[in-house]
Ligand binder design. Sequence first.
Ligand code: ACO
Length: 465
Amino acid sequence: MSDSGATPKVSRKVLSRRNSQGVFINGDGRQMGAAAKYELKNPATSRAAELNIMSGTLGPDVLDISHLTRDLGVFTYDPCFMATASTESKITYIDGDAGVLLYRGYPVEQLAEHSSHLEVANLLIHGRLPTKGQLDAFRDSITRHTMVNEQLLRFFQGFHHDAHPMAMVSAVVASMAAFYHDTTDINDPRHREIFAHRIIAKLPTIAAAAYKHTLGQPFVYPRNDLGYCANMLNMFFSVPCEAYSIDPVAAEALDLLFILHADHEQNASTSTVRLAGSTGVNPYAAISAGVSALWGPAHGGANEAVLDMLDGIGSAANIDKFLARVKDKSDSVRLMGFGHRVYKNVDPRAKIIRSMCYRVLEKMNKGNDRLFELALKLEEIALKDDYFVARRLYPNVDFYSGIIYSALGIPRSMFTVMFAIARTAGWVAHWQEMVSDPLMKIGRPRQLYTGPTKRDYQAIEKRVA
Ligand code: ACO
């Protein structure tokens, strides 16, 4: 509770407190920014709190409000985290206004052009581009951890054939905690490393098993002679009765999509992994929580929803009618694959995926050109429409990704699973960063309580409906 009903006022005043290197630091020794502090004052009581400013290497300054309750007896209110940095992180930087995405400082466009998913996973986790020796060792370890315990595979028999693959994958990932509990001491760096390799290696195997279960086909074992994405395609599409040849363009396209989806700083699923992980829970349980959070259509489920939407629109002639519904506030329809909490400019990942669509569709010739053409037309019309212009809504990463997955023969219900496989690298990097921080504490938001005040229990016969 506030110490008075009066509204606190924020003012800025100059202060300087440097450490011996001339760097501004707060009470925990963390680096702060400019020589300024904010002051939050309650005019009714003249009680004030000084708010330290923390500066990162990029991006806006952050006000440290962690002492506010102690100093003024108030909480801050920021539902849906519109203006709250929930953590300090060195992994990924986004400038949503400029359309910039950096993994450990490297522009995603450069990584998309020159790197591979496993190299990016290694970069995200370790914070530097690996040497050849480091990358070879990492790739080798991932390759040799791809098999899963046979008992774990039996879990799939408990699911109905039409279970959504995301439901199966989140459940099976959570149950990995029951199989690999020998190496889940989160305070042991070697255990953390083994966990990281196991989850990155085994998720494609689990995803493929979920897919095969929906088809009623036998599970296909991983092959150590194939790369990460080629092996995944083989586990998805090969059958014991005939030879399957892996299309290198398909494997390359998948690898590129995985690079683009590998991390996105404190998004909903990553924040979920961090919050679950902050309790000290087994890391497989934390990743399973992330898989579940990813599933929603406002997040990773959008890729599936985009294709459903395009099917529903049917042809370019119906775009205006569809957009009229999107703009009608009494209608719940949204333009899926458009808009983003952080990007108020073109999502750089969407640009790369759109240009990849041309190449993949030409090579695959799978008849998805119609949907791609419709998506291009929809984007063109929406980007000129005042509704989208005023709200700065642009295509996000998932507007075009489903078109590529479809062209590769991956069914819609598996799209978000593919996203989960890619994002596992980011989830692991964030979980590692959090648990190796000696200042880690359980995450515990506060609330503005608006329910009933204290009241007495009533006997059932005295209650009215
Ligand atoms: N279609 C229509 N209107 C939209 C859309 C959309 N896709 N996105 C935002 N808006 C409108 C909102 O109605 C709101 O309008 P108002 O100011 O008149 O009320 C305004 O734009 C701001 O939108 P919010 O919902 O407040 O923005 P928020 O940051 O909370 O949501 C989100 C971001 C969830 C991504 C939203 O843009 C959305 O629902 N997009 C469609 C789903 C999607 O593509 N999700 C994938 C995101 S990328 C990812 O997670 C992988």
